[in-house]
Write a protein that binds this ligand. Structure first.
Ligand SMILES: *Cc1c(COP(=O)(O)O)cnc(C)c1O
Length: 371
């Protein structure tokens, strides 16, 4: 789809009208890359959906482009969101592109610095509060009601509409839905959106983009048939922030994976429906398991993600260890965000550089090469 973006490429599936502005930063169309080491180790056929390749480095762009375009269409001057980081980076970018004001509410001191730098650079008004994400989201709703700002959190249904397009891309790339879709779960918008996307793509007569708008393809035609299967949805939460696993909200969630540090997910019922309708599961992984998976992805697969994105890999590795991973399955892991957003996480784990004498011999010694 080159860089026409989600609104243009998936127009027939989105709430796009003649009045919707053509907003795009080239989001979507992200790579689906085979996991070599992990496939070999598990006996499964595993793929990574590299959502960190979106314009602001996370999947949030897919939904944000729709939410901001619709806000613009409806005459909003200001958009507002609560954020654990990536939503604010994305909102700020699309607001800048659309010429809107953007206010972001963040839990003070709990946002990865790369994300904060993005929101700042794009010119957002950053409001840090002495409360957690869940409180920031409540305040966002209050502000929106009082001042008629457009809320662009995932409680905005346009966000989920845009995010579901990642499911379409996966089906198109594989020629069918995978057996399993694995992803990290925080506010639970993404798992809700993927499930909606897989179901829609499987059942709707598809207007084929290649045949131009309006051309209908029956779901039983070649092309339509590819999507008829549905994946099982495997969601992974961090142990200290796993309300969907325990079944009740958590007042003080904690985890190193700040993007999923959420105690009371806005799309709670959507996540449960995705789990139950798909015959899937939502389970928890520890921060240590997330760290190990993060390092595995970078050092074994060559893919650098932010900590939350490693949760699904942590979950797969855990299932493998426990003997709960059936071989031969096709599994897509959604790698939700780019590693450059949270470099402090990596540098804090014992990274150190010693300055060497500027001589070949000293370098050979450091590399433990015998001369
Ligand atoms: C937002 C986000 C998540 C969590 O997605 P939800 O839709 O809130 O469940 C996971 N990883 C990254 C990198 C994110 O930005």
């Amino acid at each position: 789809m080159s860089s026409q973006g989600v609104l243009s490429h998936y127009k027939p599936y989105l709430p796009v009208t003649d009045k919707t502005p053509h907003l795009s930063l080239g989001e979507g169309d992200t790579p689906l890359v085979r996991a070599n080491a992990l496939s070999q180790e598990t006996g499964c056929d595993i793929f990574f959906k590299l959502e960190g390749c979106n314009p602001t480095g996370s999947f949030k762009d897919r939904g944000m482009v729709v939410a901001v375009a619709k806000a613009q269409e409806q005459g909003a001057q200001t958009i507002v969101c609560a954020s654990t980081g990536n939503t604010s980076a994305s909102a700020a970018a699309y607001a800048a592109r659309a010429g809107l004001k953007c206010a972001v509410l963040i839990p003070s001191g709990q946002i990865a610095r790369g994300k904060l730098a993005q929101a700042f650079a794009y010119g957002a008004n950053i409001l840090a509060i002495d409360g957690n994400f869940d409180r920031a989201l409540e305040l966002t709703r209050e502000l929106a009601e009082q001042f008629h700002f457009a809320v662009v959190n995932s409680i905005n249904p346009h966000r989920l509409e845009g995010q579901k397009t990642a499911a379409f891309e996966i089906v198109d790339a594989l020629g069918r839905a995978p057996d399993v879709l694995a992803l990290p779960v925080g506010n639970a918008g993404n798992i809700t959106a993927y499930w909606k996307g897989f179901k829609e793509y499987a059942t709707s007569p598809r207007p084929s983009p290649s045949k131009g708008e309006g051309a209908k393809v029956s779901p039983l035609d070649k092309g339509g048939l590819r999507g008829v299967t549905l994946p099982r949805m495997w969601g992974f939460q961090a142990e200290g922030a796993a309300p969907l696993v325990s079944g009740k909200p958590i007042a003080e969630p904690h985890t190193i994976a700040t993007a999923i540090k959420i105690g009371n997910p806005a799309s709670w019922s959507g996540a449960i429906r995705a789990r139950d309708e798909s015959g899937g599961e939502i389970s928890a992984v520890s921060d240590d398991e997330i760290r190990a998976a993060h390092s595995y992805l970078a050092s074994r697969e060559g893919i650098f993600v932010e900590p939350a994105s490693a949760a699904s890999i942590a979950g797969i590795l855990k299932k493998l260890r426990n003997g709960n991973l059936e071989r031969g399955q096709t599994i897509v892991c959604v790698l939700t965000g780019n590693g450059l957003k949270d470099v402090d996480f990596v540098l804090a784990s014992g990274f150190e550089i010693k300055t060497l004498r500027a001589e070949a011999g000293a370098l050979a010694d450091a590399l433990e090469i015998q001369v």
